[in-house]
Design a protein around this ligand. Structure first.
Ligand SMILES: Cc1cc2nc3c(=O)[nH]c(=O)nc-3n(C[C@H](O)[C@H](O)[C@H](O)COP(=O)(O)O)c2cc1C
Length: 324
């Protein structure tokens, strides 16, 4: 079976260095930037914004915009269109945490369907490129409301919907309701990409078969196993799943790719990723504590080399031991 695979946008994590790491092992069909503030794009020179850096290896790349003022989002798109070569743009109606929660971006807009439509309409006027909308379940899992919201966006020219079927109040504690992906596909007839709790190549097939979605987006498991896209593709073709790399290898590659980012970003971004990557191992959270005490990337690498030399990446499914 052939499926379209997406790397999910993840704040602080899906920057150019991480995407290069994913590309090294086997790229998805589409990469995503992390969410980028539309306001920041409008008020700062976007060419120098590390959130927008990319290379030839981490493409096709979709830029995800976050914001709530239609005119600011339109201006941001105009600037991106003039200066970069993104494959398409995504409007974030899904993020319920951090900056999105504070500023009323992302999932907060699920309760403001008219404003969301204005954002979509403005976006559609500004670009002829594919326009994606990333959604999550509405508060209380009100499916009718979700479908009406999605139909409003489609009417304004959004072409592809991504659904992570957890409501804002669910956090990661409750399982995603994949049946809402099936319902969104059935009711809207739009192109729908399913997302949520893909922990193995087998899960990709199960999501495709049980929901009828057109493609699958993977987030956290790609942080633990940046080679998940290679493995999912092999599995869907009926080939054996390739062997996982030596656990220290991705760490070294990541340290190398981080040089694509400004120096003052590197160590923090390394830490953010290690918090997830080290969860592959039963004592990963303890390892993470040890690494955090080391100062500087080269000292951290020395600690990691020592900690990981006797480890092996466990078989699928990837186990997320702690969410952040
Ligand atoms: C650390 C973290 C950061 C995230 N940042 C974003 C973001 O910037 N934009 C967005 O639309 N979703 C964001 N998400 C949600 C993911 O894109 C995805 O929908 C969610 O993790 C479920 O997919 P998964 O089960 O494959 O991880 C984030 C998730 C995590 C764990």
């Amino acid at each position: 079976m052939r499926a379209t695979l997406f790397l999910a946008p993840m704040d602080g994590l899906t920057h150019v260095a991480f995407r290069r790491l994913v590309a090294h092992y086997g790229p998805p069909d589409f990469f995503y930037t992390e969410m980028v503030s539309a306001r920041a794009i409008v008020h700062q020179p976007p060419e120098r914004d590390p959130y927008l850096f990319y290379t030839e290896a981490d493409r096709p790349l979709i830029a995800q915009l976050a914001g709530r003022e239609p005119e600011v989002i339109v201006q941001a798109l105009e600037r991106l269109e003039a200066r970069f070569d993104f494959y398409g743009y995504d409007l974030n109606f899904g993020c319920a945490r951090g900056r999105a929660k504070r500023y009323g971006w992302g999932a907060a807009l699920l309760s403001e369907p008219e404003l969301a439509r204005k954002i979509a309409a403005g976006g559609r006027k500004m670009t002829r490129k594919p326009l994606f909308a990333k959604l999550r379940s509405t508060p209380g899992h009100d499916l009718r409301r979700l479908i009406a919201f999605a139909e409003g966006l489609l009417a304004e020219g959004v072409e592809i919907l991504i659904l992570h079927p957890r409501a804002p109040e669910d956090g990661f504690r409750r399982p995603p309701r994949w049946e809402e992906i099936a319902a969104l596909k059935r009711e809207t007839g739009a192109t729908v990409i399913g997302n949520g709790d893909i922990f193995s190549p087998e899960d990709v097939l199960r999501m495709l078969e049980t929901t009828g979605c057109d493609g699958v987006m993977i987030g956290r498991t790609a942080l633990l196993r940046p080679w998940i896209f290679r493995d999912a593709r092999a599995f869907l073709k009926g080939d054996p799943i390739p062997e996982a790399p030596n656990p220290f290898e991705p760490v070294l590659l990541m340290a190398e790719h981080l040089k694509l980012l400004p120096e003052e970003w590197r160590e923090k971004r390394f830490n953010l990723w290690l918090f997830w990557y080290l969860q592959n191992f039963p004592f990963g959270l303890y390892y993470f504590g040890r690494v955090q005490k080391a100062l500087g990337i080269s000292e951290k690498l020395a600690v990691l080399k020592d900690l990981l030399y006797r480890e092996k990446i466990p078989p699928y499914p990837a186990r997320i031991r702690q969410n952040r």
